[in-house]
Design a protein around this ligand. Sequence first.
Ligand SMILES: Cc1cc2nc3c(=O)[nH]c(=O)nc-3n(C[C@H](O)[C@H](O)[C@H](O)COP(=O)(O)O)c2cc1C
Length: 160
Amino acid sequence: MYESLWGNTARIAGAVAEGIGPEVRALSTAEATAAMIAGVDLIVAGAPVLGFKLPSEKMRESIRANPGKAPAPPDLSHPAMRAWLDALPAGHGHSAAFDTRVRGPFGSAAPAIAEVLEQAGYVSIAKPVGFVVGGRFGPLRDGEVERAREWGAELAKALE
Ligand SMILES: Cc1cc2nc3c(=O)[nH]c(=O)nc-3n(C[C@H](O)[C@H](O)[C@H](O)COP(=O)(O)O)c2cc1C
């Protein structure tokens, strides 16, 4: 499941879901309701890195007020990953976390997601991973969608 303002993280989430298996679907933070995830074996959660970290409400608000040179309006229709994690009920499944980001040492979001999932009782089965975009708003770099699909397949194997 994912938070995604310009579609890059959603695209990676879709590829990871494909890699895990044909019956798996990627869901936004709005679609992945508590009822939907109750009793799941594996939560894979991803978000973009914005302002060096997991997007804050303040960051989302500032993007809403001033989207800058964005090629498309940001999709703020689904909640922030932060809010989704805050509301996550305790569980007994497994977890993995990813983020999308530009290349360079400009922060991360996946480790923060991984930590909350672990605290909620979802045992981590993979190191947090970052998928890379070419510019501030994307697109994903060549090969990243395939890498996400492969990572999904690895997660499915690890779960076995
Ligand atoms: C306002 C803004 C701030 C960003 N800040 C960072 C950052 O601090 N570090 C980074 O690696 N990437 C940063 N990025 C790049 C985004 O992480 C990247 O475009 C991401 O793939 C967006 O995901 P989305 O399309 O799913 O919303 C920023 C992009 C924007 C538009």
